[in-house]
Every structure is written in structure tokens, then in C-alpha cells.
Design a protein around this ligand. Structure first.
Ligand code: COA
Length: 653
């Protein structure tokens, strides 16, 4: 192999008569200006070189090009533009083969589709996730993808933004081969095998004749748009890519991409993209973590089962503890059911190996060699303290002991240990094997390497860990309590539950606060309010509407009635509820004026941001960005609004 002088980020080597063009732009080989310029130069050089018959495009490091460089999006456009680079590769007279490993995303996949052949590592993933950044593909993705795979699949991939695995890509026609041994060697072999280029844009649209199926899929996807512009724009763009002549569709796609790039939603989505990657920028998170392999989970309820499953799916050994055989069996059955359903969806390649790492016990002694134990028992301080006291006796002295409490004082729970520095809060969100957020709650005495271990753990579980201080409800539930209370005040002031829920949905929440309570059940929050009232933690202007619903057994959907009447799966406004609201207005001597729906969201957002500012000022959250990450990932705040802090600060500025 012979090395030639070339641009730093893009280099050219040769293997026989095949040129290997390598992009090296850490961390993820984003197609920055330097990469684009280097590639264009590589096209000219390889075209001009009489000793080169074919070209392999590969990437150094962890991944193939993972997209446009998001950091360049706030800067003026810099030449050469990616569509021109891809057009030059596609027009080349010598065949180009993309050798894909890691993730070929966005501009990376567009680049690969501009190449004439594609081969991928078996673990590679490919997709056009631009909608997640408020964009549509801008370098031919909506035009080339439906010329390689079925138009409907192209539409789902682009509007959904989810990548597909190499084996799916092969079956669909996106790639020509999966490497069985060495990706680069096999890419070179493929390049040698094919004497002539094969240009994607010259293909006909795949499955173009089935316009009806395409339109049906498009209509289905449009229902999921909620307020997110980029998804609607992506559906339109693929429609043009499928129906218009390629050059017209390419021009329209680029125009749509450029228009969206500077939109408010794209800015908000970029904000949350970087905020999610900055949550663990705490010096303690960089220290050496304690080794974690054997995990104990106490409690086989919904939360415990989700936590057990989350760990098993990520390679840990887990022992589930319950207080009696019956509860243990019930919990274990639910773990197996969760694993089975994940396996059916293709998420667990080796179910038997995963199940083999799962064990159950009644005796806490089974936890003697656990590295981490998480309690997910009943939300009651005394019960949690008892569990921790027992764990203190049976576990290794350096085992980390975590509580999954969502409100209780982690300092008080830690205090029962002889060494409180090994206690931490790990607040999972339900279902724990699905939800991405993990609040890492740090009691005052926590050891620095426990913080590091929890931070690393969040990554190992594929979750976004956010550090929180100790307070009632930590970051997320504390803010949620504040806006729920405001929603109750809105009722007293004259709004109806339906009006509040509709306003929240119109803003972009998938569901409003009252519908949400009906779904989750009103009884648990009722029990908690009773406890908090007894502890004197609730005072001033307490609104009794929800308590009164519970007193007459209206616990939500499960009892057929809550904030709404639930009839055959439909939630209908309830006269009983409206009359209770009217009575409570009277009791509280509120005037209860007619309410305009547009007045609802400013009040909800105001309550959210006031509490969030307090959480920040008290040092509970490290940053406004962390609060946005929590609300977007744990509480369904619309991602394309960037989170409450971003939304408020953008509106204010
Ligand atoms: N442009 C610029 N930087 C990017 C980037 C991009 N397209 N994608 C990732 N990065 C950066 C991240 O900000 C992070 O930087 P940091 O280490 O300074 O925090 C680093 O690359 C690693 O990313 P991270 O997401 O933490 O790593 P990962 O291994 O979990 O995931 C990817 C890697 C590529 C799957 C993921 O980063 C991703 O999905 N990126 C976006 C891809 C995309 O949307 N492309 C289309 C753009 S239009």
C-alpha cells in the first residue's frame, strides 16, 4: 500500500489499482467543510490517476460519516456543498464503493447512496435522522433512497428518522453486501469486481406503481406529526422524490432543507441534541468508576420489573428479590414476558443468554456479592429505610446501594447505612427498560466514585443520566407537581379539564395533565398527597378537586371514571366532575370566569419555568439545559420546543 500526500481529514491510499479514500474527522466523521473539500479533491485526483480503476470510500475511527456537522449549522453555508460533492462522486467514471461501519446517518448515508456500490459491517446501522434535528435530508436523501428501497420504506425511514440494521438494509436493497470478515478487503474486492459505475439517480423509483399504499402510509405518518414541522416537510419531500423528475425533486429538497435549517424548531432540536450530550460534564463523572456486573433489584412491581429488564438487556447479571414466593413468581413472569416481547421485536438477539443471567431469591443473602443493589419497593420512607438497613448487613462494603424513590429524601435513606457514601438515588422512569431518562440523585455524603459509577451506568444502559440534588421530587417530579398544581388552579379560575388538556396537546404534548392522570390512575398521587398533608408539606390554597374524585372512586380509566367518563375507550367530559369543580370554586370563593384556551399554556409554562428557576437557583439542577433534558425525556415536553427553559428564554429574547 502506498500513501500519497492529501488533505488532512481525507486521505488517499492505494491497494493495487483501487484507491482507498479515508475520511478521518473525529469523533464521528461529520461531513464538515474540510471533509467535503477533501472528498471533492479526491474525486478529481482519482479520476485523473491512470493507475486507479476504482475507489473505496471508508472512514477511520468508530463510524462511517454520521451526518452533516451540526456545529456548522449556525454558521453561514460554506462551499463546497454536500449535494455537489455527492453529485461529483456519482458522476465519476470509476466505480466508488462505500465501506460502511458504525452508523451511516444523514449526510453520511446520502454520501453512501451517491457511491455506486455499498457494503456494510454486520453491526452497521443506516438512516436519515434529519427530522430529529428539525430538518429534511438536504443532499439527495429523499430522492435517492426511494430509488434503492421500496418508496414506502423510504418514507417511513425519512419521516420516522430511525436507522435500520445492516441485515434489513441488505434485504431492502440499500446495500449490496454485508462483510463477512474484513470490511475494507471485501470493499476492495467489490470494487475490483465492478468495472463500471451504477448510478442511483438513474434507477426508477422502487414500487412506484403502488401509489395507493404510499399515500396510505403518508396519511398515517401525518397523524403523528403533532406540531413538528420537519416531519410534515419530510413526508412532502419524499412525495416529491417519488413523483417528480429527480432534478426537480433534488432542487425542492435542498430548498426545504435550507428553509428549515434556520427555523425555530431546528434551533430548539439542536439545543436539546447538544444538551443531552452535556449532562455528564461533571468532573466527578470522569473519575474511575467501580466495576459493575452483578446487580440486585428489590421489588418485582412494575418499576422493579422494568429495571431488571433494562439491566438484563444490557449484559448485566441480575437477582430479583421479593418478600414471598408468590410475588417472586409474579415478578419473574413479568420479566420473562418483557424479555420475550423485546426479543419478538428483534431487540434481543440471544434471549436464552439474557435469561441465563437472571436469578431470583427471597433471602437477601443472595445479594452478598452484588456490586449494586437498587430498591424499588413501596414508596414509603419507613419501608425504604428497613430495606437499606438490611442491605447494610448483607452486601459487600463497597457495593453501591441505590433507591429508586421518586420523591423521598435520599439523605434520610442514606443515613441508615454505616457508610452513607455508598448510597445514591437512581430514579428510573416507567417503563424503565424503554424510557431514556435516569435522574441520578446525589445525597450530601455520596462518594465521588459512586457518582462516576452511576454516570457510566447510565451510558451502559443506553440512558441519558442527569445529575440532581436532593429535594422533594428532584428535578422532574418537583417541576411536574408545580404545573399540575397550576392546572388545578386553572380549573378553579374557570377552565375545564378538557380545555387544559386540549391546550397542552395543541402545544405539542402527546397528552394533557388530566388525561395523563386518568391513564396512570389517581389513587397513587392521592395517597402521596395524604402523606404530604400529614407531614405538613402542602399548605396554602390546597385544591381538593382530585381528592374528591378519589373519594367517590373515580381513579381514572381503570375504574371507568376519573377526570373524564371513559366509555368504550373514549374519554368524555363529565358532568359529575364539572359540578365538583363548580362546588370547589364556590368553597374557595373563586369567580370562575369563562376561560380562553389560549390563556392556558402561558399559565402552565409559567408555573413550569418558575419552579425550574428555583430548582436551578437552589443548585438541584446543574444547568438550565439539564432541566430541558429532563422535561423532554421524562415528561413528554415537546422536543421541538427545546424544553421549558429554552422555550422561555427564546420567547424572552
Ligand atoms: N455533528 C457534529 N458533532 C456530532 C454529530 C454531528 N452530526 N454527531 C455526533 N456529534 C458529536 C457529539 O456532540 C459528541 O460530542 P462530544 O463528545 O463533544 O459530546 C460526539 O460526537 C459523540 O456523539 P455521541 O452521540 O455522544 O456518541 P454515540 O456513540 O452515542 O452516538 C451517533 C453516535 C453518531 C449515533 C450520534 O451522535 C448521532 O446520532 N448523531 C447525530 C446524527 C445525525 O443526526 N446526523 C444527521 C445530521 S443532519
Amino acid at each position: 500500500m502506498q500513501r500519497r500526500p492529501s488533505a488532512m481529514t481525507v486521505s488517499i491510499d492505494t491497494q493495487g489499482r483501487v484507491a482507498i479514500v479515508t475520511i478521518d474527522n473525529p469523533p464521528v466523521n461529520a461531513s464538515s467543510q474540510a471533509v467535503r473539500a477533501g472528498l471533492l479533491e479526491a474525486v478529481t485526483k482519482t479520476e485523473d490517476d491512470p493507475d486507479v480503476d476504482a475507489v473505496v470510500l471508508a472512514c477511520a475511527g468508530r463510524t462511517f460519516v454520521a451526518g452533516a456537522d451540526v456545529r456548522e449549522f449556525d454558521l453561514p453555508l460554506m462551499e463546497p456543498h454536500l449535494p455537489d460533492v455527492i453529485a461529483a462522486i456519482e458522476a465519476a467514471s470509476k466505480p466508488w464503493v462505500a465501506a460502511i461501519h458504525g452508523t451511516a446517518l444523514g449526510g453520511g448515508l446520502e454520501l453512501a447512496m451517491g457511491c455506486h456500490f455499498r457494503i456494510a459491517d454486520p453491526m452497521a446501522r443506516m438512516g436519515l435522522p434529519e427530522v430529529n434535528l428539525g430538518l429534511v435530508p438536504g443532499a439527495g436523501g429523499t430522492v435517492r433512497l426511494p430509488r434503492l428501497v421500496e418508496a414506502e420504506l423510504a418514507l417511513t425511514m425519512i419521516a420516522g428518522g430511525k436507522p435500520i440494521l445492516a441485515n434489513v438494509a441488505l434485504t431492502a436493497g440499500l446495500i449490496d453486501a454485508i462483510a463477512t470478515s474484513d470490511l475494507l478487503d471485501e470493499a476492495v474486492a467489490l470494487a475490483v469486481e465492478h468495472a463500471a459505475p451504477r448510478r442511483t439517480l438513474e434507477n426508477a423509483v422502487v414500487g412506484a406503481s403502488d401509489a395507493e399504499a404510499f399515500d396510505k402510509t403518508a396519511t398515517g405518518l401525518r397523524r403523528k406529526v403533532r406540531g413538528q414541522e420537519s416531519i410534515a416537510a419530510a413526508i412532502d419531500a419524499v412525495g416529491r422524490g417519488v413523483r417528480l423528475p429527480a432534478d426537480e425533486a433534488l432542487a425542492a429538497e435542498r430548498a426545504a432543507f435550507l428553509a428549515l435549517k434556520s427555523s425555530d424548531q431546528a434551533r430548539a432540536l439542536r439545543h436539546i441534541f447538544f444538551a443531552e450530550r452535556a449532562t455528564l460534564a461533571d468532573p466527578r463523572a470522569k473519575l474511575t468508576p467501580r466495576p459493575l456486573q452483578r446487580i440486585g433489584v428489590i421489588g418485582g412491581g412494575t418499576m422493579g420489573v422494568g429495571i431488571v429488564s433494562a439491566f438484563l438487556m444490557r449484559g448485566f447479571e441480575v437477582t430479583l428479590i421479593e418478600r414471598d414466593e408468590a410475588s417472586l413468581h409474579a415478578g419473574a413472569d413479568r420479566v420473562h414476558a418483557t424479555l420475550d416481547s423485546s426479543a419478538k421485536r428483534g431487540l434481543l438477539p440471544d434471549l436464552d443468554a439474557v435469561s441465563a443471567r437472571f436469578d431470583t431469591a427471597i433471602d437477601y443473602a443472595a445479594l452478598s456479592d452484588a456490586d449494586l443493589v437498587i430498591e424499588a419497593v413501596f414508596e414509603d420512607m419507613e419501608v425504604k429505610k428497613q430495606v437499606f438497613a438490611r442491605l447494610d448487613q448483607v452486601t459487600k462494603p463497597d457495593a453501591i446501594l441505590a433507591t429508586n424513590t421518586s420523591y423521598l429524601d435520599v439523605n434520610a435513606i442514606a443515613a441508615v447505612l454505616s457508610d452513607p457514601s455508598r448510597a445514591v438515588g437512581l430514579h428510573f422512569f416507567s417503563p424503565a427498560h424503554v424510557m431514556k431518562l435516569l435522574e441520578i440523585v446525589l445525597p450530601g455524603a455520596v462518594a465521588e466514585d459512586v457518582v462516576a459509577t452511576a454516570a457510566k451506568l447510565s451510558k451502559s444502559l443506553g440512558k441519558i443520566g442527569v445529575l440532581s440534588g436532593v429535594c422533594d421530587g428532584f428535578i422532574g417530579n418537583r417541576i411536574m407537581s408545580a404545573y399540575r398544581a397550576e392546572a388545578d388552579r386553572l380549573l378553579i379560575d374557570g377552565a375545564s379539564p378538557d380545555q387544559v388538556d386540549s391546550a397542552m396537546r395543541a402545544y405539542g404534548f402527546p397528552i394533557g395533565v388530566f388525561e395523563m392522570q386518568d391513564l396512570a390512575g389517581l389513587d397513587i398521587a392521592w395517597a402521596m398527597r395524604k402523606r404530604r398533608l400529614a407531614e405538613g408539606k402542602i399548605s396554602g390554597g390546597y385544591i381538593r378537586i382530585a381528592d374528591r374524585l378519589c373519594e367517590i372512586g373515580r381513579f381514572g380509566r381503570k375504574t371507568g371514571a376519573g377526570w373524564y367518563d371513559h366509555v368504550d375507550g373514549t374519554a368524555l367530559p363529565s358532568e359529575v366532575v364539572m359540578s365538583i369543580i363548580a362546588e370547589e370554586r364556590q368553597t374557595m370563593e373563586a369567580v370562575g370566569k369563562a376561560f380562553a384556551t389560549e390563556d392556558v399554556m402561558p399559565r402552565i409554562l409559567g408555573a413550569m419555568t418558575r419552579e425550574a428557576e428555583a430548582v436551578l437557583a437552589e443548585g438541584i439542577a446543574r444547568s438550565a439545559e439539564d432541566i430541558d433534558v429532563v422535561m423532554v425525556n421524562g415528561y413528554s415536553f415537546p422536543r421541538w420546543k427545546g424544553g421549558p427553559m429554552f422555550a422561555a428564554r427564546s420567547a424572552g429574547g
